[in-house]
Design a protein around this ligand. Structure first.
Ligand code: FMN
Length: 268
């Protein structure tokens, strides 16, 4: 394989010499972070290969005997840890859904709440993800907190939040986000400028001036929360030589309000 260019992303200067990077100044702040990989780009620019990877080196140890019997409580502990460690946007989580015939798709959402029943995020109920959840209520969430080499996988069925629950959250959002929810028919094809027109329309509808910080914008009936009720949760901790720690919780059959869990260690 003939490679035309090797860029070590360990050096921000080497990366900046890449024509695509210099053409996108908004990428520059990212390059000041110490990256781990080496990038090879073929002469014809048809192939890109990522090489090398800095080893994960976490001092802690994760095993069935040192985790909480409940994955919900274990998640609480980890989430607090990652917040204390200053992880950026720890609530960003990948959500995977699939159609009734099993065609998957993923996207990021913001995890907003965890209660005894499950993990909550909010979205438009007519979006692609919601349509898929309506035809196939199985979802997967995946958190990755790079700064602390931790990953959490959650699998489960979803349920819609009640209108009251969604309303409570919706009211806490800034007025601009509430208007945005009304203005966007999420996942549909739109024309240039259409969103801004729709936003002005909604500002008029609710009598809210541009840039207003306050205002009464009710919950749209097409918007609200989903709760992923976990049936399986896996905690992953990155270790050297790919000998990562993995602990999986499987919900025992028939356990509903007070679930009990089988806890196992998995090979990395
Ligand atoms: C970090 C991040 C957080 C996001 N959070 C949300 C969210 O909480 N709810 C949401 O509907 N979309 C969120 N989005 C946008 C989604 O990724 C996605 O573009 C949108 O929901 C449409 O997805 P769909 O067409 O598959 O339904 C977020 C995107 C990013 C990058």
């Amino acid at each position: 394989m003939a490679f035309g260019r090797i860029l070590s992303l360990r050096s921000p200067y080497a990366a900046l010499s890449h024509p695509y990077r210099t053409a996108q100044p908004f990428l520059r702040p990212l390059l000041t972070q110490r990256a781990m990989a080496t990038l090879e780009i073929s002469k014809d620019h048809e192939k890109l290969t990522v090489k090398d990877h800095k080893q994960y080196e976490t001092p802690d140890h994760l095993t069935p005997s040192n985790v909480n019997p409940s994955p919900i409580q274990q998640f609480h502990t980890w989430f607090e840890d990652v917040c204390k460690a200053g992880v950026r946007e720890p609530e960003a989580v990948s959500l995977s859904t699939s159609t009734a015939s099993g065609i998957p798709s993923s996207r990021m959402v913001l995890f907003k709440q965890l209660d005894a029943h499950g993990f909550v995020f909010y979205t438009n109920y007519t979006s692609r993800k919601s349509r898929e959840l309506l035809e196939n209520p199985n979802a997967a969430l995946l958190f990755y907190w790079r700064e602390v080499s931790r990953q959490v996988r959650v699998l489960g069925k979803v349920e819609k939040l009640t209108k009251e629950e969604s309303e409570e959250y919706f009211k806490s959002r800034p007025v601009g986000s509430r208007l945005g929810a009304w203005a966007s028919h999420q996942s549909s094809v739109v024309q240039e400028g259409e969103l801004h027109e729709k936003l002005s329309e909604m500002q008029q509808k609710f009598g809210i001036g541009e840039g207003a910080k306050e205002g009464d914008v009710p919950l749209p009936e097409f918007w609200g929360g989903w709760r992923v009720i976990p049936s399986e949760v896996e905690f992953w901790l990155g270790k050297p030589s790919r000998l990562h720690d993995r602990v999986r919780y499987l919900r025992k059959d028939g356990s509903t309000d007070h679930p009990t869990w089988r806890i196992e260690r998995l090979a990395p």
